[in-house]
Design a protein around this ligand. Structure first.
Ligand code: PHE
Length: 499
């Protein structure tokens, strides 16, 4: 029988009576464990060896565990210091800690374990060691020493050490190999090593050698090293796709500052200056000089809308309006600031209807972090300016937009915004949980917004959350899976955004 060299070596090193582990075979054959494992699987498939698998656990001391194995547990050091300083009596805590030369987080570790293990009591700032305690009989200390010496220890103590992060456990599979009867027979009949080649080369063909060589089988199930190159984040990929879709729908992209004057973020939107969203609770104010470059006549018109309202029977907010407050700079809480800049003519000049603009950009809110809220997220902002727009146009636009992402069951709920009338929140159904989740906010800009900007036709507008769109597309339910330190790396690595 002819077999690849590595298999012949393993077959010769294996025994019919004693199990040999992969590690032992690797050593005996002077081959890498991976090579031996591969050879063993092939030999098993050929019926020449049998393999048993057992799960084994190995325990390793962490750096902290090693330190305590060498220098005693912090609670033991504390106990000994207390005895030294007070001769068995209660002593002020500061004094004991000083004498123990424990520092940093070890002080807390020492104190909590001191009490837990009955080394004594801590009362009104004093530490009273228990004369009956015996640090030499400390189970955890003994277990650490045993582990450091390569011995095994009791499961309960091990759990305790693990919860203190003094050890880590690793699960492994130990494979042991024995020769089968066929294996023994094959060996007796003689097994020859065949030179194996893993690819057919022109040289093999021209020399005719291909007739004699053994080709390694192509094993599609073999573990292969995973290649992880850099990759565009799925949020960015989806943002790009959103841009493509909106561009395809005839929209042009807006650009503008992340840190902007409150004037553009709120005042233009007829948001009263004492609106709760404009307090320091919700807003990331920046300590930078106020914005100078705002058209004076626009400021006058916006101020007038706030004070007196717009139109014959319009009404204002009956509260003071401060230009200083309007010029102050903050991180934008929505990208509707960009819509205001463009609609006012400040960015690309006066716009004649029809017009369509969008942006897919970051916004910042002083929220509390939870599974659906982040301090920053991406908003898909957009607006359409035209004569005679209706709510049907708004809904139709969303239906068309979301259908590009396979989402066809958008629901609308009447809503209130100071700047749109009517206003609608958008909801979509989460593919995994079945819950309706809010995915955006929209409406038709009010006269109080449009008139000061100098826009004389209708404008429908929206702000949609990019992260929520992703949730509907991929079914994850915690926004922190894609953002920040808790993000799910496998999800980010494996998810593909379809074009
Ligand atoms: N600015 C709104 C938000 O952040 C979205 C919106 C934009 C609503 C434009 C209506 C019109 O929720």
């Amino acid at each position: 029988m002819r077999l690849p060299e590595s298999q012949v070596a393993v077959l010769n090193a294996a025994s019919a009576t004693d199990e040999r582990t992969i590690a032992q075979l690797a050593e005996a054959t002077d081959q890498k464990p991976e090579t031996v494992t591969g050879a063993v699987f092939d030999l098993r498939d050929e019926g020449l060896v049998s393999v048993t698998e057992t799960a084994a656990e190995s325990v390793e001391l962490t750096d902290e565990g090693v330190e305590y194995a060498e220098e005693d547990l912090p609670e033991v050091r504390l106990y000994r210091a207390a005895l030294d300083v007070g001769d068995g009596d209660a002593v002020p805590m500061g004094q004991v800690i000083g004498a123990s030369s424990l520092g940093g987080p070890q002080v807390d570790i020492a104190l909590s374990n001191f009490a837990r293990k009955g080394y004594g009591h801590i009362d009104s700032g004093e530490l009273a060691p228990d004369a009956g305690a015996d640090p030499d009989a400390d189970e955890e200390a003994a277990a650490l020493a045993a582990l450091a010496a390569g011995e095994s220890v009791d499961a309960d103590v091990l759990d305790q050490l693990e919860s203190r992060q003094l050890v880590v456990r690793h699960e492994r599979t130990i494979r042991a190999v024995t020769l089968t009867d066929e294996g023994v027979t094959a060996l007796m009949e003689g097994v020859e090593a065949a030179e194996t080649v893993d690819r057919l080369t022109p040289e093999l063909l021209t020399s005719g050698e291909w007739e004699d060589v053994e080709f390694t089988e192509y094993n599609v199930e073999a573990d292969a090293p995973e290649a992880r190159g850099g990759k565009k984040h799925i949020l960015r990929q989806t943002a790009d796709r959103v841009k493509d879709v909106l561009t395809g729908m005839g929209f042009a992209e807006m650009e503008g500052p992340h840190a902007d004057a409150d004037f553009w973020i709120n005042d233009c939107l007829f948001m009263p200056q004492d609106h709760p969203a404009r307090t320091h609770w919700d807003r990331f104010a920046l300590d930078v000089p106020p914005m100078e470059d705002i058209p004076e006549d626009l400021i006058d018109r916006v101020r007038d809308a706030h004070l007196n309202g717009v139109g014959e029977d319009g009404d204002g907010y009956h509260s003071p309006w401060s230009e200083d407050f309007a010029r102050a700079i903050a991180l934008r809480g929505h990208t509707t600031s960009l819509s205001m800049r463009y609609l006012s003519g400040h960015e690309v000049g006066e716009l004649e209807p029809p017009q369509r603009y969008f942006s897919v950009e970051k916004v910042y809110r002083n929220d509390t972090l939870d599974p659906t809220h982040l301090l920053e997220f991406y908003q898909i902002e957009g607006w359409v300016m035209a004569e005679d727009l209706s709510v049907r146009d708004l809904m139709g636009t969303f239906e068309e937009f979301y259908s590009h992402f396979g989402i066809t069951d958008i629901q609308f709920k009447p809503h209130y915004n100071p700047y749109t009338e009517p206003s609608f929140e958008l909801f979509g159904r989460h593919p995994e949980t079945g819950e309706l989740i809010e995915i955006g906010n929209s409406g038709m800009f009010r006269e109080e917004v449009l008139r000061p900007l100098g826009v004389k036709c209708d404008v429908m507008a929206w702000g949609l959350a990019l992260e929520r769109l992703l949730m509907l597309m991929y079914g994850f339910d915690d926004i922190r899976d894609v953002h920040g330190t808790l993000c799910d790396l496998d999800l980010l690595r494996e998810t593909e955004v379809l074009k």
